[in-house]
Design a protein. Structure first.
Length: 478
């Protein structure tokens, strides 16, 4: 019998798990995929929103602003990449100026600091590559960029170190109410628990509707993106938004925390909750639309495209808290943008609800800091040489595009919740994220996984499930 079972190991589920580990609690996280950060949390804009877009008085506005404020300390404590590069919402027509002022008014009501409207001349001095048609912009200096993989993995690792169990490759098929709580049925067996946290992304409505008569409806909203090479990373230095509409904040252009340039997303409501394919129409739309705010984007430098799904709730609001007719069942549902920004505050909010309802005691042994994977490229020459002397694996470069060493890959495998797939290694180290998109380093990474896990090369996958790399080869010849 668990005290709490969290369903979903995305950024919100992991944030709740970490905050719950501050209490004396017997808890686990159940995740259907082979790793943490495999759903919405891995395919998004990687933006920490300032908080000027959400309607004042909404839960979205509250947790966005609170989560933004938490990000500096959290990134320092858990050692993941975060930068306040500031954001701009550009206006290209006189008719859009009232909307820009409305956003500035929202920012003031939401408590977003230092937001102001800039003239066309002022904003183009900050960003010379803005489109010639830009006549004004809203500037929010507290906007930022983050590594969504690094953030989610850091939260999950820290939760695991503090005693939260993780059950991966475990898909929930049924939830039943019992006298003492709930039975959660998975493909790996049944789990009994006093309380449930439903952080299942686009599937949160299905889980909620198993136990509650007050039904939820989550719409999968697909967003397609283009990622450009690091040679294009300096094309803009701020996150550049277009004026938002009913489907979201429009197509943005932003540097990434690792020096690439990102363009996207589209916004298309779809029926398929697994529909993460890109389309020629979507990518063509991106390229045309992005040019309306930023000129001369070097689109020949695109190295990959991808799509993610946002969990859009029909009422356009975050659903956070205990279901009215299902005691002990806590929803974290409808978490679309600004979900990544809000996750730290959501974690605190839900953990405090549960701690109060279950009368949990503080965990005096809680470890609040975590050290990430050492990146030799960020060290001084002398520090790097000393590291390689101590462990020669850091001198063996496996991924040439990103200059990732064998030492970093070894660390990604052997640390808490270690990588067990090519994408698991990629999310933790960036091996395979560069210009060649894993064309060079995959075989060497597979050799390291086979040796270190250990696991058969036949069982190594790209991203879990049946995405195996090696088929129909005589193993004696390998």
């Amino acid at each position: 019998m668990y005290d709490v079972v969290i369903i979903g190991a995305g950024v919100c589920g992991s944030a709740v798990a970490r905050e719950l580990s501050k209490f004396k609690v017997n808890a686990c996280v159940i995740e259907r995929d082979e790793d943490v950060c495999c759903g919405t949390s891995k395919a998004n804009s990687a933006i920490v929103h300032a908080g000027f877009d959400a309607l004042p008085g909404t839960l979205k506005a509250k947790v966005n602003v609170e989560g933004n404020k938490m990000m500096d300390a959290l990134s320092k404590d858990l050692d993941f990449a975060f930068k306040r590069n500031g954001s701009l919402v550009v206006c290209t027509e006189e008719e859009g100026l009232p909307k820009l002022q409305e956003l500035a008014d929202r920012a003031e009501k939401n408590g977003v600091p230092d937001v102001r409207i800039l003239s066309g001349e002022e904003v183009k001095a900050m960003e010379p590559n803005l489109a010639d048609e830009v006549i004004a912009a809203l500037y929010a200096p507290t906007g930022g960029i983050v590594c969504p993989f690094g953030m989610t993995i850091a939260l999950a690792e820290n939760a695991a170190v503090n005693g939260i169990e993780f059950k991966l490759n475990s898909e929930v098929t049924e939830i039943r109410k019992t006298q003492n709580g709930y039975v959660i049925v998975t493909n790996k067996g049944e789990f009994e628990t006093k309380a449930v946290v439903n952080a299942a992304g686009v599937y949160a409505d299905q889980l909620h509707n198993m136990v509650s008569d007050e039904k939820l409806e989550i719409i999968a909203r697909k967003g397609e993106y283009c990622l450009l090479d690091k040679t294009a990373g300096g094309h803009v230095s701020h996150t550049v938004f277009q004026l938002p509409n009913a489907m979201g904040k429009g197509v943005l252009v932003t540097p990434t925390i690792h020096g690439n340039l990102l363009v996207g997303p589209t916004a298309t409501d779809i029926d398929d909750k697994e529909g993460i394919n890109t389309t020629s129409e979507g990518l063509a739309f991106l390229q045309a639309k992005a040019g309306q705010s930023v000129k001369n984007i070097p689109l020949r430098a695109v190295i990959t495209s991808f799509a993610g799904l946002r969990a859009h709730e029909k009422g356009d609001e975050f659903i956070i808290g205990e279901a009215k007719d299902a005691k002990g069942f806590y929803d974290v549902a409808g978490i679309e943008s600004p979900g990544l920004s809000s996750a730290p505050a959501i974690g605190v909010m839900v953990a405090e609800m549960i701690a109060k309802d279950m009368n949990l005691e503080k965990n005096e042994d809680f470890i609040g800091v975590r050290k990430g994977i050492v990146n030799p490229q960020e060290l001084s020459f002398e520090e790097r040489q000393n590291l390689i002397k101590e462990n020669p694996a850091y001198g063996q470069i496996i991924c040439r595009c990103e200059m990732i060493s064998e030492g970093e890959i070894l660390d990604s495998i052997h640390r808490p919740l270690g990588a067990r797939s090519l994408d698991g290694v990629k999310r933790r180290t960036r091996a395979g994220m560069g210009r060649c998109q894993a064309g060079f380093c995959s075989p060497r990474t597979m050799e390291i996984l086979e040796r270190e896990v250990p696991m058969s090369v036949y069982d190594i996958t790209k991203l879990g499930g049946e995405s195996k790399i090696v088929y129909g080869v005589n193993k004696d010849r390998l």
